[in-house]
Design a protein around this ligand. Structure first.
Ligand code: KG4
Ligand code: ZN
Length: 390
């Protein structure tokens, strides 16, 4: 029985397009899984959206190598990600990137003990490319393979830094598709505290960028423009902060921004300075809103540790506001280096290592789950099969 949303590849040798076919030539007949304790060197593969990310994580020595190819330039003409183009580009870039990091780490394919790939959430075609390569390589090398959750990858990315957070903590996940507050008691022990009822914070940044005539992805561009803004010219609403609860809503703020842009344009005032002032007012509203909800979540859970992860956690103003807020209560905030806040292979290699070490593996099927609630993941302290495969 396959759970809804899973993809089964029945006959790899006929279904897989080049360049995967050649991998099957070195197919080994034994299907015995490696002993969980022998999991040392993990290849991580991220292809959920518009970045092809790969990494090699060594359980003893940490991150050995990582590489990323961003498709941003390819999608820029369309103002957003075109799924079919994304999938095709992952096909082109993935294996060369894998070989590149093996060379830079002084390793060969034979040194890899396990493979982790992003199984979801994400674009189904893009996910399938990572899953197909991971399974073909795993089959050829006779090593275990595991599909991991993209947002869990983001959540655990700060573990790659020198001062990693200890469990338990509260996590704010802020990416292009998600805005969530989660109580984290361990890997796979997630209690959802609140989430966006409409747009994600990153999505609101991207849409605001479009209104201001900035390219995709908008977050970093809005943040850069906001640096030139004058404080106090505009004040935007802080949605859902005047009522209890930990949910978010950013679509009203998006409409408010659009109305402000249109009004300025009609008055002939939409100068570069006005755009910068609007960018600043928008960014301040998002940062304030996230900070208020994080403070509430810390109070509610009694936690003093806050982790922020996902693309928007690269935002300097957000980091500074959360540092200030947590410092007041003697708490601390943890985040990854900017390149590991946005999509990357290192976070997938790290998350996959923890789960592969606990004995979790895919079956023979490529797991691809475009929509996948993170709180359905199994905890790692109980070695058992990935909850998504029967
Ligand atoms: O985590 P991510 O790379 O991909 C998803 O899983 O969605 O997040 C991408 C999002 C985009 O919406 C992008 O505009 C936003 O993160 N982002 C930022 C910044 N850097 C990336 N938003 C605000 N400030 C930034 N510096
Ligand atoms: Zn992401």
């Amino acid at each position: 029985m396959i759970a809804p949303g899973l993809v089964q590849v029945n006959d790899c040798s006929t279904n897989l397009p080049e360049p995967f076919g050649f991998l099957l030539k070195c197919r080994q007949l034994s299907t015995t899984l490696s002993d969980a304790t022998l999991i040392m060197l993990i290849l991580g593969i991220e292809t959920s959206c518009d970045e092809t990310g790969v990494a090699l994580f060594d359980d003893e020595h940490g991150l050995l190598a990582h590489a990323l190819f961003s498709q941003v330039d390819m999608h820029a003409d369309y103002g957003g990600v075109v799924p079919e183009l994304a999938s095709r580009d992952h096909v082109r870039k993935l294996l060369p990137l894998c070989d590149q990091i093996l060379v830079s780490a002084g390793k060969t394919r034979a040194d890899i003990d396990g493979i982790a790939y992003t199984a979801g959430p994400g674009l189904v075609g893009a996910l399938m490319v990572g899953g197909a390569v991971a399974h073909a390589l795993g089959f050829a090398l006779n090593i275990p393979v595991l599909g991991v959750h993209h947002m869990e990858g983001h959540l655990l990315a700060p573990m790659l830094e020198d001062n990693p957070p200890a469990f338990p903590f509260v996590a704010l996940l802020v990416s292009g598709g998600h805005t969530q507050l989660v109580k984290v008691d361990g890997i796979g022990e997630y209690q959802m505290l609140g989430e966006s009822v409409d747009d994600a914070a990153g999505e609101a940044f991207d849409k605001t960028a479009k209104m201001l005539g900035l390219d995709y992805p908008g977050g970093p561009r809005v943040a850069a423009l906001a640096e030139q803004g004058q404080e106090g010219r505009y004040r935007f609403p802080r949605p859902m902060t005047d009522r209890p609860g930990l949910d978010f809503s950013f679509s009203g703020l998006k409409t408010f921004t659009l109305n402000t842009v249109n009004a300025a344009r009609e008055r002939g005032e939409l100068t570069e300075q006005t755009k910068a002032d609007i960018a600043l007012a928008f960014e301040a509203a998002v940062v304030d809103t996230l900070t208020i909800k994080c403070r509430r979540a810390l109070e509610q859970t009694g936690s003093r540790r806050l982790v922020i992860a996902g693309g928007v956690s690269a935002n300097k103003r957000l980091r500074a506001a959360l540092e200030k807020m947590t410092a007041k209560t003697g708490g601390s905030v943890f985040y990854a280096r900017p390149e590991f806040c946005t999509d990357n292979g290192a976070m997938i290699a790290y998350a996959g290592t923890q789960r592969l070490k606990a004995g979790q593996r895919d079956g023979e099927r490529i797991v691809s789950v475009p929509r996948w609630p993170m709180n359905t993941l199994p905890p790692v302290h109980e070695p058992r099969a990935n909850g998504l495969v029967d």
